[in-house]
Write a protein that binds this ligand. Structure first.
Ligand SMILES: [Zn+2]
Length: 279
């Protein structure tokens, strides 16, 4: 289990919530020599003692005063036994599902949306509004199935049911909208509406993202690489390169769903790429 960790951005607190682990594969890496990808993974494994291909999966709590929001929901019971542990993490943190006033989505892939509904199809967060970027909603919810790429069609029934379960409490937002101090910034490519949630308070900023960095050992070191899970690999690579450059330059804190060691920290320049430094 991840160590639960928190960072403070002015008067806003961000806490990582462990959901489990997912096994990644070197075969899923694109736009990079497979030997170089294997070398990067082996080097990080050697340095940290942790297999970088065992990806942590997390959500993040954002607490502003008495208000509690959740970025992503983990995988619920849609994956195997290595995932779906978010309820246990909530219990350890003393948080109840009913305390969540807002769920903010980074994107609608299953390791992020799977926990949105229970096995009966009811909202897992009964008092929450559901907020997602209008671009993500338009792609997964409004597009005719035959116009989507094959991978995006795989879980469409679940994605549409899970969002519909929140009825009139679904809010589609554009860039710059969201909650006080927490706004959507489009970070497209992995999915067309992949969203980085920008948290700002008292002059400090954090970026909360999903799969801008999926396999850190490779994608931080070589931001121009991509993965087969990206709807648009070249756009995902461009977004990653641009966002990591800005985050490192402006010393913005990050909260990443699949980053190692608690997922909260800094991105620092290293060679032709970057490294993650946990808080
Ligand atoms: Zn993911």
């Amino acid at each position: 289990m991840d160590r639960a960790a928190s960072i403070t951005i002015g008067d806003i607190e961000i806490t990582s919530v462990w959901d489990g682990t997912l096994k990644a594969s070197l075969d899923s890496i694109l736009r990079l020599d497979p030997k170089e990808a294997a070398r990067l993974v082996a080097a990080e494994h050697e340095e940290t003692g942790v297999d970088p291909l065992v990806l942590p999966v997390r959500a993040f709590l954002i607490r502003t005063g008495s208000r509690l929001a959740l970025v992503d929901t983990g995988s619920g019971n849609t994956k195997g036994p290595t995932m779906g542990h978010l309820p246990r993490s909530f219990a350890a943190l003393g948080v109840a599902a009913g305390d969540i006033g807002c769920v903010l989505m980074t994107h609608l892939h299953m390791d992020h949306i799977g926990g949105l509904i229970d096995e009966s199809g009811r909202p897992s967060f009964p008092n929450a509004e559901l907020v997602l970027h209008c671009e993500e909603a338009s792609y997964f919810l409004d597009t005719a199935e035959d116009k989507l790429d094959a991978r995006s069609r795989r879980n469409l029934d679940f994605q549409r049911l899970a969002v519909a379960a929140y009825g009139d409490r679904v809010r589609r937002v554009a860039d710059g909208e969201g909650l006080p101090g927490v706004v959507a910034r489009l970070a497209p490519g992995h999915t067309p509406g992949h969203t980085c949630w920008e948290v700002t308070s008292q002059g400090k900023t954090a970026a909360v993202f999903g799969d801008v960095v999926h396999l850190g050992a490779v994608q931080l070191a070589r931001p121009s690489s991509a993965m087969i899970y990206d709807v648009d690999a070249s756009r995902a690579a461009q977004t990653r390169s641009d966002l990591l450059a800005r985050i490192a330059h402006d010393d913005i804190l990050v909260a990443g769903a699949h980053l190692p060691a608690g997922g909260l920290g800094r991105i620092v320049k290293a060679g032709e790429g970057y490294r993650f430094k946990a808080c």
